[in-house]
Ligand binder design. Structure first.
Ligand SMILES: Nc1ncnc2c1ncn2[C@@H]1O[C@H](COP(=O)(O)OP(=O)(O)OP(=O)(O)O)[C@@H](O)[C@H]1O
Length: 346
């Protein structure tokens, strides 16, 4: 059976006078991997827990497929959940943990065992069945948690920062594994993270959350390249937000108006390296640092605003000779300049 859509309609949750979810509406498509991305306190976990049934909204409706689950108890929702801290049973073996949801649903032991073994194999844990949870690494524990979340064939899958306790390399490997498993199962998934690179890597679409609202909902590339608000532009990557009055066109680009967003990696110190007509911004080097794959430069511009540049260290100009206080010009091609609609007009 195909995994259903998840639909939220004007879901509201307040803690006292603090509004954690401010009339959130969201439509997650069947089989989609949708990530809730946002800073700490933006409401991601509250939204996920409202879908899981651990948080009761004051208003609004939540549907899975055609079923209104807003008032349904947690154990009737048929949702797989993976938490950051595994929430495994430490006194049970790996197999015991994964069988548990099936035994809870009164499946016969032989069937439970067989399905648990299959789920463990899918999660790359064949051979670990009799191990104690305590004898597993963080990554293996998270695989057990994943196997346990999907073993009973839930209708949808929810994951709350499942990889945040793992080191960088393992986290990147697990991002691909989780995504592969999700695609094999075709299960509609909502994933919570505050890590933008993780969201960009894994998702079909990303909902960027800020103060209990969804600021922008789109596929990874448009979210990154065409942010619709200052908040999203600043949250995703290193962005420069510049009133157009501060920048000068060069070549023959169209006239610029309003507030502009230029990513740090789209600025260059040479006109040719910028790749086409665009804008030139004069500044003074305030700080510079070598970051391995790139040089990081901070320029003071027109005495009031810093401009961030990220220059690939393998290509373009060698920044070794750059001095603090040096006057430089930063260039960006017109195609890398994004106009923001909600910014103040210059
Ligand atoms: N049980 C609660 N009682 C009071 N306030 C709460 C409760 N749960 C959450 N909040 C508040 O609601 C806001 C949203 O919290 P939530 O956990 O959803 O944010 P988040 O985006 O998941 O953040 P994080 O990334 O830190 O987990 C926060 O300001 C939080 O302090």
């Amino acid at each position: 059976m195909a995994s259903p859509r998840i639909a939220l309609e004007r879901v509201r949750k307040a803690y006292g006078s603090y509004v954690a979810l401010d009339d959130v509406s969201l439509d997650v498509r069947p089989g989609e991997f949708l990530t809730l991305l946002g800073p700490s306190g933006s409401g991601k976990t509250t939204l996920l827990m409202a879908i899981a049934g651990f948080v009761r909204p004051e208003a609004g409706a939540i549907r899975i497929g055609d079923v209104d689950i807003t008032r349904l108890p947690v154990n009737k929702r048929n949702i797989g959940i993976v938490f950051q801290n595994y929430a495994l049973f430490p006194h049970m073996s790996v197999l015991g943990n994964v069988e548990y949801p099936l035994l809870l649903r009164r499946r016969p032991r032989a069937e439970a065992r067989e399905r648990a073994r299959a789920a463990l194999a899918r999660a790359q844990l064949a051979g670990y069945e009799t191990r104690d949870i305590a004898a597993l690494s963080g990554g293996q524990r998270q695989r057990v948690a994943l196997a346990r979340a999907v073993v009973f064939e839930p209708r949808v899958l929810l994951m709350d920062e499942p990889l945040s306790a793992l080191d960088k390399n393992l986290r990147e490997q697990m991002q691909f594994e989780i995504r592969k498993l999700q695609q094999e199962l075709g299960i509609t998934t909502i994933y919570v993270t505050h890590d933008q690179r993780e969201a960009l890597t894994m998702s079909d679409r990303i909902a960027v959350m800020n103060a209990g609202r969804i600021e922008q909902l789109d596929a990874p590339q448009p979210i990154y390249q065409r942010p619709t608000s200052r908040f999203v532009a600043e949250f995703m990557g290193e962005s420069n937000i510049i009133p157009a009055a501060l920048v000068e066109p060069f070549g023959s680009p169209p006239p610029f108006v309003g507030t502009l967003v230029i990513r740090a990696e789209n600025l260059a110190l040479e006109r040719e390296a910028a790749g086409g007509d665009g804008v030139a911004i004069n500044g003074r080097v305030a700080a510079h640092a070598f970051r391995g794959e790139s040089w990081h430069l901070r320029l003071t511009v027109a005495g009031e605003r810093d401009l961030l540049l990220s220059i690939p260290s393998g290509k373009s100009l060698d920044c070794t000779g750059i001095q603090a206080g040096q006057r430089v010009t930063a260039y960006a091609a017109a195609r890398h300049i994004h106009r923001l609609d909600d910014g103040p007009q210059p």
